[in-house]
Design a protein around this ligand. Structure first.
Ligand code: GLA
Length: 403
């Protein structure tokens, strides 16, 4: 959703609830008339530490909600009209809750889709006038979609968390994206934006929906995102193609092994047995998923044991698997990982999220953040002719009312 790109003013606004409320009052007569009724909600983006494309294969993921996201200041209205203005561009869009209509192909779809999915769950929604600001960097792949769905769900229910448990809230946001926007994503991003906790990563079993917060609050460690600056071209079609390839592998393996309903059920031995019957590309996709699930659980055990060397090894193995087997890396993302691997004190680096552009995530010793930044800013433009962005991200709370 590149149109939600922050300019620096909008990015600062997204972090300042009082300024958001003022901005709304300055542009909406409804808000100016009832300043005490203004609410501000915020939902975070995410990085994923490990477990890529495993969510829709009913496997494991380990995302972190981050301190960048989407804020909406709103004043609830007695009517059924939802009208939002983007702080960055001044562009407005609107829809009627009683006649949501089909998707339009713009950012408002994520709000309208959330209204549609809440209604499907029987959750009462209400109209509002709002202003939206984001500090998620443009094209970063840090889940502006999920952040917008989660922020919208609070805005649509009067600026409070809807009367749903957090998992149902995340599933409703995913439903908006699958059923209305038309993107066949898994649950990871909406889960992270709903469940974020300061200082914690979030382990999710995407089959049972069991989840657990994993402490990340070591003051000596930092999480650094490196944004490749390359457009995420063909992302949706390639994403859906990966999903179909995973399903194709399951269909072949399930033909001989009863009880296999997802790649989650497939062991490395089962995969090797089936390999002669699989298309080689399909086999490679399945190999990534089967081993990536194991890497998530190993990484959690290593984090909990303080074994950072193992965490780092798993990050690099995950990246290599995405590059060589799952085919979702790019020369730019590979360059970022290679540059990071050459900086002493970087524990691990890998692409994060759907792939085909966006960001890498780097787990580093805090004192080497400047050295990593310097290495990327110096080496990456020379290798790619692109301008990278390097920024630290911190594990942060999930969607909530902030004013
Ligand atoms: C995107 C999707 C997620 C997940 C990741 C890859 O972010 O929205 O559901 O599949 O890609 O791990």
């Amino acid at each position: 959703m590149t149109t939600l790109a922050p300019d620096s003013d909008a990015a600062a606004l997204a972090r300042d609830p009082a300024a958001m409320a003022h901005r709304l009052a300055a542009m909406s007569p409804e808000a100016a008339a009832r300043p005490a009724a203004i609410r501000v909600v915020h939902a975070p983006g995410r990085v994923n530490l490990i477990g890529e494309h495993t969510d829709y294969n009913e496997g494991f993921v380990l995302p972190v909600a981050i301190d960048l996201g989407i804020a909406i200041a709103l004043v609830p209205t007695a009517d059924r009209r939802v009208e939002i203005t983007l702080a960055a561009t001044g562009e407005s869009d609107a829809f009627d809750l009683d006649s949501i209509g089909p998707r339009r192909g713009s950012w408002i779809d994520y709000v309208a889709g959330t209204a549609w999915a809440l209604a499907e769950r029987g959750v009462p929604t209400g109209g509002f006038r709002g202003v939206l600001a984001s500090d998620l960097p443009q094209g970063s792949g840090l889940s502006s979609s999920a952040a917008l769905e989660l922020a919208s769900s609070l805005a649509l229910t009067g600026g409070e968390v809807p009367p749903l448990d957090r998992m149902t809230l995340a599933l409703t946001a995913q439903r908006a994206e699958n059923g209305y926007v038309g993107v066949n994503c898994g649950l990871m991003d909406q889960f992270a934006s709903a469940f974020g906790e300061p200082g914690k990563a979030l382990l999710l079993d995407c089959r049972s929906l069991d989840h657990r917060a994993i402490p990340m609050a070591d003051p000596d460690l930092a999480l650094v995102a490196c944004h490749s600056g390359s457009p995420r071209k063909l992302e949706t079609s390639a994403y859906n193609e990966r999903r179909s390839q995973c399903e194709a592998a399951v269909a072949v393996i399930a033909g001989r092994v009863p009880g296999v309903t997802a790649l989650r059920d497939v062991t490395p031995a089962m995969l090797e047995e089936a390999r002669p019957r699989l298309d080689p590309v399909v086999a490679a996709r399945a190999e990534h998923i089967v081993h990536e699930n194991g890497r998530v659980l190993e990484a959690v055990a290593a984090f909990e044991a303080g074994d950072l060397a193992t965490v780092g090894r798993l990050f690099y193995a995950s990246h290599a698997s995405m590059r060589d087997l799952f085919g979702i890396s790019s020369p730019e993302l590979d360059a970022l990982v290679e540059i990071a691997a050459g900086v002493p004190g970087v524990i691990g680096a890998r692409l994060t999220g759907g792939g085909f552009g966006g960001c890498t995530i780097n787990l580093v010793r805090r004192e080497v953040v400047p050295a990593l930044r310097e290495a990327v800013l110096r080496q990456y433009p020379a290798r790619t002719s692109l301008t990278p962005r390097v920024f630290e991200v911190a594990p942060s709370p999930g969607a909530r009312r902030v004013a």
